[in-house]
Ligand binder design. Sequence first.
Ligand code: NAD
Length: 433
Amino acid sequence: MAKKGSLFNDAMKRLNRAMEYTDFNKEIALRVGTPKSCLEVSVPLRRDNGSLEFFRGYRVRHDDTRGPTKGGLRYHPAVTLDEVKSLAFWMTFKCAVVGIPFGGAKGGISVNPKELSPMELERLSREFIRRIADFIGPDVDIPAPDVYTNERIMGWMMDEYSTIRRQHSPAMITGKPVSMGGSVGRSDATGRGAYYCIRELAKRVKLDPAETRIAVQGFGNAGQHVARLLHKDGYRIVAVSDSQGGIYSPGGFDIPSLIRTKEDTRHIKAVYCDGALCHAIEATNLTNAELLELDVDILIPAALENQITAENAPNIKARYIVEVANGPVTSDADTILNERKIEVIPDILANAGGVTVSYFEWLQNRSGYYWELQEIHQKLQAIMSREFEKVYDLALELQIDMRTAAYVHALKRLGETMEAKGTSSYFSNEKVP
Ligand code: NAD
């Protein structure tokens, strides 16, 4: 894995490259080049055995030019301020790419949640909300789930926030259980959004599902759903993995059975080693590094950032990479992949389905009127297909890669709003509005 310290620099490189293709005042890059505010908190946890421990927690609001800030909360030992700042930056661009009226934020706790009991997890989550309550809110900053957080945790957080504010506040967080004001269709929205992008790509480059081999790194929420939907359309999902390792079968896996077995055993390796599928399907174990370098048509990194770096980019054999994870490809790797004509559908577009349905959830909470699943799917598909087309066409028009095109597309929306508020061009009378 590449060094974490490079993440925010990577984000800036991409921003500067995209700025070359816009004629906005350079002030725009300055404004989005630094987060609006960063909060670091110490979160105490009384363990079940009576001992007291403290964990570092973060919430970064990157930019609220286009609306309240929005972004997930991650529980992972590797969470750092640099990582959270980069993820918050990406959220600003992600919301702008799909045209939803939010800015970007992100947060998390540096903790290994797998080492906590369910009650410890609840206490930690509620305490975190008590520490950041003045920094967030339905019109200010709205958290959501991310790696190793889920709808139950969002429910505890909403409950805690409502207790603090002494009012029912469902719109303060998204990704809640449906019974607590969550939206139907939120749980598979990220994977579904990526699936709609792949469908659009398939139309343009004429992919035949039965002939298209796909590898998915990270078989969690996002990875499982994109694999399930693609499998349903007849695509061949030949490899999947989780943090323990992966499995490979050139003929393709039956994804619904894999999901069921993974739910029962919790490890993808067990599906092959211990589960009944071991006897039914010919499959081999492989490492996450090997999965990335498989000879496939589409590679879907859906785990963590910095997976494809300058080291392994020369060995990638996929024709397309669809970034379901945030930041799985480093900017050094971008250069190599571009030279090798490997097309990357960038994270700020490919995984924007999650925040889009989060926006729908926020709208439903605020209006008190709840939509049917079919309506969610139709509206999500309309947004993802429309924005994919815009980014794809912009890339063709400017002869640039899709990542840069997505940033240019987002910058147009951000830049217009910032210019409307006034930049040095306006105040120095260079340009009359
Ligand atoms: P998750 O916790 O449900 O799943 C993560 C998966 O990755 C798990 O299967 C885990 O075992 C696996 N994993 C962890 N470390 C790994 C490693 N080193 N190699 C291979 N696999 C590894 O998380 P998720 O919600 O599916 O998020 C996955 C990615 O998608 C993250 O980058 C997240 O930021 C991004 N994302 C998620 C959403 C969402 O709505 N869930 C939205 C946008 C982006």
